[in-house]
Design a protein around this ligand. Structure first.
Ligand code: ADP
Length: 508
């Protein structure tokens, strides 16, 4: 409980606030000083004795012991001593002891201006004068405890009222705040608690006064010493508790951060495990995809070498055509693998040039061999000229047509149509095949993903086609969407700008 005004530097004297503060200080210091001088003449100092000096030293000593402040609270131990003094001596003597004794380390270090220091001493002294006046109206220091204690409490309340009012007045003038606001700030959030602690300190004052009367100065020293020690311990423990709480908070925050990192780490490990599993699966799938056409081609070659087929030109023609188809399937797979690897390593080579969509369509469909018969092409010849990568566009169309042919019955046709749209071109590959379940629509564009990846699946493939198509379309600055009805067929729509983006060209 700090009831001294030294927190802020004084307002400049020239300002109205500064004049008000100095006026208030002078109004208290001058009359009180004069009154003390006048009273000092009449006091019988021999009767007062060395006790007054003892209390002055006590007050100075407890005021000057440095204590660790905690949340702006400084527990004043000089206050109970002064209450004891108010009970022991007349108002004038008690006030003089208070004015001489109440010191402040800041005053000694010359950090508090002289007038402010005098004000601090005077307001404390006036509070003690009031306490002494009130106490002596109600009781004598030798009274029985049931008279002594209420009288001391009433005196303390009077001292507190005067002290708090003066300090609040001073602060309100100094900072230009309302008195009520200052009082609220002074008492923190719990004014009742504040008052209770004051009254508690006053009870110590009663003990000090009685000890002094009955046992002498030494008993006061013996009583005060553990109090001072307890006060030091209390504040140090509060400071330590605060520091511990701060460290606790820090540790909690660090633990949370670590937990988050751990969670991310374990998610990464899960992802890596999944990737590892997918890679294993992929190797098995690709090996199978490579072995099937090679086995077929080897089988056809062996058959063709048999003497009984040497002259069967029709059969030879058919077998050679089947070998070519298997070879094309192999080339397609290897090309998909290479493109995927280039995309993965950001090494896709792109060369932008003038491209006529209908030309690319015709060449791509022709490249399908006998399957070309199943493709119905509806591409008008007035489409805009594209500035894009011909090879990549061809690979997009080839892969979409391959899938359309693969996932639909052998005799079912697939359609490839195109139209101009806004500043670009839209083409669509439609089939009447098995279709795709709605919950699979998002996943089919994932790398290595296959709706049916079992070893007994009906359709060949490595799960690379659609993910590669989506990446290629993105590189060409376009988008791809899919509509599908299970059992009825699927339709893949690609939108391309007439000019592939600059960064695509730069990437190449
Ligand atoms: P895959 O090599 O297995 O065909 P894709 O990446 O081309 O790999 O396709 C992924 C999955 O999407 C396929 O396993 C298939 O189930 C489904 N899919 C792709 N295209 C079609 C289509 N036209 N009709 C039905 N399902 C398709």
């Amino acid at each position: 409980m700090n009831t001294r005004s030294r927190e802020a530097p004084p307002a400049p004297a020239a300002s109205p606030e500064g004049v008000g503060v100095i006026g208030l200080e002078a109004v208290l210091i001058i009359p009180l000083g004069c009154w003390f001088c006048w009273q000092a003449v009449g006091v019988e100092w021999a009767a007062v004795g060395w006790g007054a000096l003892f209390f002055v030293i006590c007050i100075i000593a407890v005021d000057l012991i440095p204590i660790p402040a905690w949340e702006d609270i400084e527990l004043s131990l000089s206050f109970p001593i002064m209450i004891g003094v108010a009970m022991l001596y007349s108002p004038a003597v008690a006030g003089m002891i208070a004015v001489v004794g109440s010191s402040d380390i800041h005053e000694l270090r010359r950090e508090t201006p002289f007038l402010r220091a005098m004000w601090n001493r005077s307001q404390m002294s006036l509070a003690i004068v009031a306490a002494s006046l009130v106490f002596h109206q109600l009781a004598d220091v030798n009274a029985r405890w049931w008279i002594l204690v209420p009288a001391a409490l009433t005196a303390t309340i009077a001292a507190y009222a005067i002290n708090a009012t003066l300090v609040a007045l001073h602060a309100s003038l100094q900072h230009g705040l309302e008195l009520r606001e200052v009082l609220r700030k002074m008492h923190g959030t719990h004014p009742a608690e504040f008052l209770a602690s004051y009254i508690g300190l006053a009870l110590f004052g009663v003990v000090i006064a009685r000890f002094f009367i009955e046992e002498g100065a030494w008993s006061v020293v013996v009583f005060l010493a553990p109090l001072v020690f307890a006060r030091q311990m209390y504040f140090q423990s509060r400071v330590m508790a605060d520091r511990l709480a701060e460290q606790n908070e820090l540790l909690t925050a660090q633990a949370e951060r670590l937990e988050n990192l751990l969670r991310k780490e374990s998610a990464t490990v899960d992802q890596l495990r999944e990737l590892n599993r997918m890679k294993g699966e992929f190797v098995a799938v690709v090996s199978h995809e490579l072995r099937t056409p090679i086995t077929a081609m080897t089988g056809y070659a062996k058959t063709l070498r048999l003497p009984q087929f040497a002259d069967d030109s029709l059969l030879r023609e058919e077998f050679l055509e089947r070998m070519e188809r298997q070879g094309n399937r192999l080339i397609g797979l290897v090309e998909n693998l290479l493109t995927t690897s280039s995309l993965e390593n950001d090494q896709l080579s792109i060369s932008i040039g003038r491209v006529l969509f209908e030309d690319v369509c015709r060449e791509t469909v022709e490249g399908l061999g006998t399957d070309a018969e199943r493709v119905v092409t509806k591409v008008p010849d007035d489409l805009p000229v594209l500035h894009t990568d011909r090879q990549l566009l061809s690979r997009v169309i080839t892969n979409l047509l391959d899938s359309a042919l693969k996932y639909s019955p052998e005799e079912a046709p697939c359609e490839l149509d195109a139209r101009a749209e806004d500043d670009g071109l839209v083409f669509r590959v439609r089939d009447h095949g098995i279709g795709i379940e709605p919950d699979q629509m998002e996943r089919i564009f994932e790398r290595f993903y296959q709706v049916d990846s079992s070893s007994t699946r009906r359709f060949s493939g490595a799960g690379l086609g659609l993910s590669m198509v989506r990446d290629l379309v993105r590189h060409l600055g376009g988008t791809i969407t899919v509509q599908s009805v299970p059992g009825e067929g699927s339709s893949f729509t690609v939108r391309l700008p007439t000019h592939a983006p600059e960064e695509a060209a730069a990437a190449g």
